[in-house]
Design a protein around this ligand. Structure first.
Ligand code: BGP
Length: 481
């Protein structure tokens, strides 16, 4: 029996996020966002957070990022050459509402994205817009404590409504919140929740208040549901997707304790947010978790009704790694995106210690499709690696190998019966890393000549993976050599 092919209208794409790609942090009326307050770091140096931005003292990589704001035409032309059918991008909230609470939106900011969408339309590239991707106006962080304050729901819904109305003829696919489940871990406080607890100095070592954190998550669930409902009124054609940072977990051993712990970890980190956003209600284990851990946050019956009514149309997730869970205290550890775990003896890891697991992607696709039964999109997947730039060439065969193995597993999952409709690997073009702020941790199909300190020409070069992915798209996933 032959293996099923990718469906004919499969959405091959690639992704970026505004704060990691645009730069122009204080141009044309844009306000500072929380991403602009993060100092550069590395795998071994944590990123400092400074509410008062002081460029004379620190280097803030988001201020210039890869200068996409000034080079978007050139970049989109390259995306078209790559053959992208869909491009996942995010809209900077602070470019539209500089303080978050402004009465009127910033017209120059709105115009910028309109031009971006026009340019994408010219090349027949479908935009997939993340409304909130790890950045909010810094003012909302200091003034109201970010998402932990219910006022944030109204500010965000106002922002989302502005852009949904303005771009209703350009954009059909929306993601209300990037990796919403990051708020189930302490590391989510800052860039997902806009929460800076007293004593927090570094992104990698944040003080945590679970009550505030889960309040923020709840407020995002309500906000997301509200805009799904509003969006469907603005344009009934709109489709809304979740975005879950899926850290797939395996028991390290068949010991029943390890299996049980793995189930609990999976429920809380991966499943809870998808359950709320797709099934429209908090699952039983979430209430029990809050109770057992004395977690209290404000919610109303009306909130739960809104959540039930504003559920997402499709399910998307990011997939970079899998981790193991065990109750053995001395098990070797690996790091990861929002959380690390026990080291899997059967997997290798990247230089940044993220385990590579293509088969785990097939497993995950089946896991989530079985649970939700709605169309699935993988909205992030990719390899952060150091690239060697020689005579304008970048021979990134390791990235090709990574993608080939993951795409093979996607096809097998389709053959299993999973309704996988799209793939937007991270990233279309090199961007600054979210966790470390480095340029050296590169993900793109397109190389940007810039280093960790902002030196370089910022010129663009096609990597070998660019030519390879182009053929993958042209052949609808048939040619992977
Ligand atoms: C995801 C974020 C992205 C991106 C990616 C890679 O969690 O949504 O913004 O950065 O991880 O992470 P990093 O840049 O830290 O390597």
């Amino acid at each position: 029996m032959t293996i099923k092919s990718f469906p004919e209208n499969f959405l091959w794409g690639a992704a970026t996020a505004a704060n990691q790609v645009e730069g122009a942090w204080n141009e044309d009326g844009k306000g500072a966002s929380l991403a602009d307050a993060m100092v550069a770091g590395s795998h071994t140096t944590p990123r400092r957070i400074t509410l008062d931005i002081d460029e004379s003292k620190y280097y803030y990589p988001a201020h210039k990022a890869v200068d996409h704001y000034h080079r978007y035409k050139e970049d989109i032309r390259l995306f078209a050459e790559l053959g992208l059918k869909v491009y996942r991008l995010s809209i900077s909230w602070a470019r539209i509402y500089p303080n978050g609470s402004d009465e009127q939106p910033n017209e120059e900011g709105l115009k910028f994205y309109e031009e971006v969408f026009k340019e994408l339309k010219k090349y027949n590239i479908e935009p997939l817009v993340t409304i909130f991707h790890n950045e909010m106006p810094l003012n909302l962080v200091s003034e109201i404590g970010g998402w932990s304050n219910r006022k944030c729901i109204d500010y965000y819904v106002n922002f989302a409504t502005t852009i949904m109305e303005r771009y209703k003829d350009y954009v059909k696919y929306w993601i209300p919140v990037n990796e919403i489940n990051d708020l189930t871990t302490g590391v989510g406080n800052w860039n997902h929740g806009g929460i800076l607890n007293e004593g927090t100095q570094f992104f990698q070592d944040q003080k945590d208040d679970p009550n505030k954190r889960y309040a923020a998550l709840h407020n995002q669930f309500v906000a997301s549901a509200r805009i799904v409902k509003k969006g469907h009124e603005i344009n009934p054609e709109f489709k809304f997707g979740t975005m879950i940072c899926h850290i797939t977990v395996y028991p390290l051993t068949p010991h029943p304790e390890d299996v049980l712990l793995t189930q609990q970890e999976d429920q809380l980190r991966n499943c809870m947010s998808g359950d709320v956003q797709v099934k429209g209600k908090y699952p039983y284990y979430a209430w029990r978790y809050f109770e057992r851990n004395n977690i209290e946050f404000e919610y109303t019956e009306e909130d739960l009704k809104e959540i039930a009514e504003g559920h997402c149309d499709f399910y998307t997730f990011s997939y970079y790694m899998t981790n193991c869970i065990t109750n053995q205290k001395d098990a070797a550890q690996v790091s990861g995106n929002i959380m690390g775990g026990a080291k899997n003896p059967y997997l290798t890891a990247t230089e940044w210690d993220w385990q590579i697991d293509p088969v785990g992607l097939r497993y995950t696709l089946n896991h989530v499709y079985d649970r939700y039964g709605v169309p699935i999109m993988i909205t992030e997947n990719g390899l952060g690696a150091r690239d060697k730039f020689e005579d304008g060439k970048i021979h990134d065969d390791y990235r090709i190998d990574y993608y080939r193995k993951h795409i093979e597993q996607m096809r097998l999952a389709i053959d299993d019966g999973v309704d996988l409709v799209g793939y937007t690997p991270w990233t279309a073009i090199d961007v600054i890393s979210c966790s470390t702020g480095e340029m050296a941790k590169r993900y793109g199909f397109i190389y940007v000549d810039a280093d960790d300190n902002g030196n370089g020409t910022y010129d663009r070069y096609k990597k070998d993976s660019f030519e390879w992915y182009k053929k993958v798209i042209e052949s609808n996933g048939e040619v992977l050599d």
